[in-house]
Design a protein around this ligand. Structure first.
Ligand SMILES: Cc1cc2nc3c(=O)[nH]c(=O)nc-3n(C[C@H](O)[C@H](O)[C@H](O)COP(=O)(O)OP(=O)(O)OC[C@H]3O[C@@H](n4cnc5c(N)ncnc54)[C@H](O)[C@@H]3O)c2cc1C
Length: 416
């Protein structure tokens, strides 16, 4: 006989989205069952960059979690980004916002093997969160006002009133019950490699985004990690990969081996492990992310930033919105699709302006690589413009200027 569970709330997937949803629910006094197919620590193919949004959400959850993360020996702090334009000119930009207090690094770099394990260890502190590892859910059925879940090996059955789906980019539930299908125009193919001893890394651990014309509208990255390691990878929109017939792995290795600036830096470096790929479902289109008795969060709901590829912060932001909705809908004892649609409104109300702007910037950079050259060239020579770009990372109104033709007109003809 299979083991049976009957929680009010069941979360499928214990990545950053699922673990954060469980933690926000626990904070509100709501118990849940958190089901995960892997056993931690487990790897996740990623750039391993934790943005300012992750920092802010951890602070909201509990400032002591952020303090614990800052003490982890596996992470390093990062406070800026180096942009390399298609013409290979570089611009070094510290994250400096008009609003942020300078009380720690703006972001972190930490392998997902360690960060996801760190978050899951936080969930173990709450008796209201029951974690079931090694349990892959492969079957969902709806009976009356409940969902019934079955594990792949048939040993576990879960009956629940509210499902929070956080099983990532290849979500079975999102495809079959949430009708979210992969659209190549709104999807990125990503590759990740770990290299030891890449030379010329930034002295303050700035991350590097190289907008090489071969990968536009995407980029090649080098992100520093602890122990002289670097996360190196590339992301490119899937429709472009197909239409331009790019073999992403061969192209990445070719750039590392032939582009003089990269070749020199990788001369003494060694690849550790395989180069591995995974998808990034982008939030460049608004989709329905809730229905009868369920909410989709993180990659399962296609919520990755279309310009930066940042998905961890958005997964955590959607987890917070889903937990808030769950608390309110459970309180009213209404888990129907109309009630849960307030999750869509809450999440997109907070993040749609940002996602939409990022989509516009992604398309602008893809169609007009010359604009990236222009901005980087001018900003490298003009301190005020450099500082404006620095604020754009966290200030949406400032970022909005980047999509306006008047911004480039002024750049070309003298002002900024
Ligand atoms: C190459 C690449 C580079 C990236 N770089 C960055 C970056 O630097 N910074 C950033 O912010 N984002 C980055 N992203 C995006 C980021 O990795 C994702 O957005 C993020 O992991 C989403 O979190 P999640 O919790 O929604 O899903 P995931 O992290 O994918 O977690 C899903 C969890 O569900 C579990 N699961 C899956 N199926 C089942 C099942 N059937 N039953 C039970 N459990 C299941 C999985 O084992 C996993 O633990 C990158 C992505 C890629 C592919």
């Amino acid at each position: 006989m299979p083991e049976t569970y009957s929680p009010d709330v069941c979360i499928v997937g214990a990545g950053p989205g699922g673990a954060t949803a469980a933690l926000f629910l626990a904070k509100a006094g709501v118990d849940c069952l958190l089901v995960e197919k892997a056993r931690f620590p487990r790897d996740k193919i990623c750039g391993d960059a934790l943005s300012g949004k992750v920092v802010q959400l951890l602070k909201k959850l509990d400032p002591s979690i952020l303090e614990d993360l800052a003490r982890e020996p596996t992470q390093i702090g990062s406070s800026g980004v180096v942009f390399v334009a298609p013409n290979l000119k570089a611009l070094r930009v510290p994250f400096r916002s008009s609003t942020r207090q300078l009380d720690g690094p703006a972001g972190f770099l930490c392998r997902r093997m360690d960060f996801d394990h760190f978050l899951v260890k936080q969930t173990r502190k709450y008796p209201g969160i029951q974690l079931l590892e090694g349990t892959e859910i492969t079957k969902y059925s709806r009976r009356d006002d409940h969902w019934i879940l079955e594990s792949a090996d048939g040993t576990r059955t879960i009956t629940t009133r509210l499902l929070i789906i956080a099983d990532g980019a290849h979500s079975r539930f999102a495809r079959h019950h949430g009708s979210i299908l992969q659209e190549d125009k709104h999807y990125v193919a990503g590759l990740r490699a770990y290299y030891r001893n890449v030379s010329g890394m930034d002295r303050e651990n700035f991350i590097e985004l190289h907008f090489l014309k071969e990968f536009l509208p995407g980029y090649f990255w080098i992100f520093p990690l602890s122990d002289h390691m670097a996360n190196v990878g590339v992301g490119m929109r899937s429709d472009q990969v197909s239409s331009r017939k790019v073999h992403l792995k061969n192209k990445m290795l070719e750039m590392i081996g032939t582009l003089p600036s990269l070749k020199e830096r990788f001369k003494g470096a060694s690849l550790e492990g395989d180069i591995r790929g995974y998808g990034l479902p982008l939030g460049s289109r608004k989709r329905k992310i809730s229905g009868e008795g369920y909410m989709l969060i993180g990659d399962a709901g296609s919520l990755i930033d279309p310009f930066t590829g940042e998905g961890i912060g958005n997964a955590m932001a959607s987890a917070m919105a889903a937990a808030e909705t769950a608390v309110s809908c459970l309180g009213r004892n209404d888990l129907g699709s109309a009630a849960l649609a307030s999750y869509d409104r809450l999440f997109y109300g907070r993040l749609w302006a940002e996602l939409n702007l990022s989509y516009k910037m992604q398309r602008l950079g893809g169609h007009f690589p010359g604009l990236i050259n222009l901005v980087v060239n001018k900003a490298a020579a003009n301190r005020t413009l450099g500082e404006t770009i620095s604020c754009m990372f966290e200030d949406l109104d400032m970022r909005d200027r980047l999509k306006k033709p008047s911004f480039y007109f002024k750049l070309m003809f003298g002002g900024n």
